[in-house]
Design a protein around this ligand. Structure first.
Ligand SMILES: Cc1cc2nc3c(=O)[nH]c(=O)nc-3n(C[C@H](O)[C@H](O)[C@H](O)COP(=O)(O)OP(=O)(O)OC[C@H]3O[C@@H](n4cnc5c(N)ncnc54)[C@H](O)[C@@H]3O)c2cc1C
Length: 372
């Protein structure tokens, strides 16, 4: 007799963990299982990212994404207060040349989405090169600590009796009557199958790499192999998080899990990009590639706008695959992907785009469950 669960969640990043817990709480009688190919939860994109809890500012070219961020941020802060990193002063600067937004447009946009914006203090403005920076604003933005989210996931999934299988890869999915059957490969290459009437595929960069899923899966994905430099900022920038908008510029953000900051640069952070194809495993590409750091180039360019950044100390780099929907390449929008697989009963793929979008995923999931 094949082993059966009510719900099977593939991928133990923030989305998989939050969705598994959501399902277990929704109906405590359900048997819910989660599989993660890494040896621990939240080891991939949910760890190695800019840690920004978006509040809209980042998306002047996508009103919907900005607006949804404004709605979702307070919910995230209420639900995960322990993961919210406090005590940073956040500055957004608008470049004079090559920016896709002017200060006036940015001010109007912030008014439209109801996000607070104040002129930066004089000493803060003086950090920037005035010939290249048109305006500097203090904004209301937060960061999260992925380590705290990972600890939350461990505790909550245990408390909700979700069966968590780490170091286990979902290799294939197929129809088994009214259920979907997953082939799972364990730590020593051992295979087992598990059937479920609900399968949530939350494998982010691996979303379309599971055998049996690729056909009929029409949503094009783009992957970027990214580098964020891990840095200790110079004393002059202590306590600050800085983003220069909107185009080929950079961000300096706190990275609480490492007690450091990340420096990312729109031009140098992506080392390579490619379009998703079945059998072309992004994690294998990431593992295979020798990672020469581009931090020196990031710093050199950022120092043109913010001279004191040249005094930072690089302490490492984070390399990760970033996966986005092709259709948002130009507007930079980050809607969720929530896709039902026609040939596989109760099987859905979910791609979040950014952490706070998890509420959009919950809504879609509840709507689907209400329907069945
Ligand atoms: C460089 C970078 C910067 C970013 N900056 C931000 C930011 O500042 N703010 C923000 O909100 N978002 C940011 N994001 C996006 C954010 O990280 C993602 O939207 C979010 O982490 C996605 O969560 P997830 O659980 O879907 O993905 P992940 O955390 O990657 O989880 C997917 C999991 O699935 C596992 N998996 C894959 N294939 C299989 C398989 N076949 N079987 C079993 N397990 C599998 C993986 O190991 C992984 O743990 C950034 C992303 C990157 C890469």
């Amino acid at each position: 007799v094949p082993e059966r669960v009510d719900a099977l969640v593939l991928g133990g990043g923030f989305y998989g963990a939050a969705i598994a817990r959501h399902l277990a709480r929704r109906d405590p009688s359900w048997r819910v299982a989660l599989v993660e190919r890494e040896p621990r939860l939240l080891a991939r994109a949910s760890y190695a990212n800019q840690a920004r809890i978006h509040n809209g500012y980042h998306y002047p070219r996508s009103f919907t994404t900005a607006y949804r961020s404004r709605v979702n941020l307070p919910r995230f802060v209420a639900d995960w207060p322990q993961a919210v990193h406090q005590g940073m002063r956040k500055l957004y600067a608008i470049a004079r040349v090559n920016s896709k937004v002017t200060p006036r447009q940015f001010e109007r946009f912030c008014r439209n989405i109801g996000a607070t914006l104040a002129p930066a203090e004089r000493h803060e403005r003086q950090l920037f090169e005035p010939r290249l920076i048109a305006a500097v604003y203090a904004v209301d933005e937060l960061a999260f600590d992925a380590r705290v989210l990972a600890a939350w996931a461990e505790d909550e999934l245990r408390a909700a009796s979700v069966e968590v299988h780490v170091a286990t890869r979902a290799a294939a999915l197929r129809r088994a009557g009214e259920a979907t059957e997953a082939t799972l490969v364990g730590p020593s290459g051992d295979e087992r199958t598990l059937q479920a009437r609900l399968v949530l595929n939350c494998t982010y960069s691996g979303l379309h790499q599971i055998e049996g899923l690729s056909s009929g899966c029409g949503t094009a994905l783009k992957h970027e192999l990214t580098e964020m430099a891990l840095v200790d900022p110079p004393a002059a920038l202590a306590g600050l998080a800085i983003t220069v908008m909107d185009g080929p510029f950079f961000s300096l953000m706190p990275f609480p899990p490492a007690g450091a900051h990340t420096l990312s640069h729109v031009r140098y952070t992506p080392h390579a990009h490619w379009f998703d194809r079945p059998g072309d495993d992004p994690y294998r590409r990431l593992a295979a590639r020798p990672h020469g750091s581009r931090a020196d180039r990031m710093v050199r360019d950022a120092a043109r706008y913010l001279p004191t950044i040249a005094d930072l100390r690089q302490v490492g780099s984070l390399y990760e695959v970033k996966t986005v929907l092709c259709r948002n390449e130009t507007d930079d929008g980050r809607p969720i992907l929530f896709e039902r697989h026609a040939g596989l009963p109760g099987c859905y793929s979910v791609l979040g785009g950014k952490i706070d979008n998890v509420y959009d995923a919950f809504e879609r999931l509840d709507a689907e469950l209400g329907r069945t």
